[in-house]
Design a protein around this ligand. Structure first.
Ligand code: FEO
Length: 171
């Protein structure tokens, strides 16, 4: 049976992942408004990934016999000064999420919940990727800042991102 402190903390993380989805959905709308469909596509995929993260935790809580309790999702920011500003915010947000995951791992160890600690390792690895992909785009946006047509080319590259649904359990 899973402990109450762990269930409460995992429920908080479900909320944090759904907020992440909401934030990136808001960024997608900002990019549509800026006529940058490729960047908007990237954000749509990111939103889908965040929903997957939330559902992974949701399913884990259920599997361990815990009770999922959903909370209000905070209103995200709706506009940014520039694409670079938006991606800097995304990068900073991912760093914050990494901190939350690390805090959950600390709690699982403290509570001697080794199963939850093991479950969370997927998220530890995922956050390395999450920070790297947002950070990489921040660097690219800095590079094209003064290059005419650079943003247009980068938008085309961002249009290539596709969503890969996670493998179904047991496959
Ligand atoms: Fe769910 Fe972007 O971390």
């Amino acid at each position: 049976m899973i402990g109450k402190r762990i269930v409460d903390a995992l429920n908080e993380q479900v909320n944090a992942e759904l907020y992440s989805a909401y934030l990136y959905l808001s960024m997608e709308a900002y990019f549509h408004d800026a006529a940058l469909a490729g960047f908007a596509n990237w954000m749509r995929i990111q939103t889908q990934e965040e929903v997957v993260h939330a559902m992974k935790i949701y399913d884990y809580v259920v599997e361990r016999g815990g009770r999922v309790v959903l909370k209000a999702i905070a209103r995200p920011q709706v506009t940014w000064k520039s694409p670079l500003d938006a991606f800097k915010a995304a990068y900073k947000h991912e760093q914050k999420v990494t901190g939350l995951i690390n805090g959950l791992v600390d709690l699982a160890i403290k509570e001697k919940d080794y199963a939850t600690n093991s479950f969370l390792q997927w998220f530890v690895d995922e956050q390395v990727e999450e920070e790297a992909s947002a950070g990489d785009i921040v660097q690219k946006l800095k590079l094209v800042e003064r290059a005419p047509g650079g943003l247009f080319m980068l938008d085309k590259e961002m249009a290539q991102r596709v969503f890969t649904p996670p493998a179904v359990k047991g496959e």
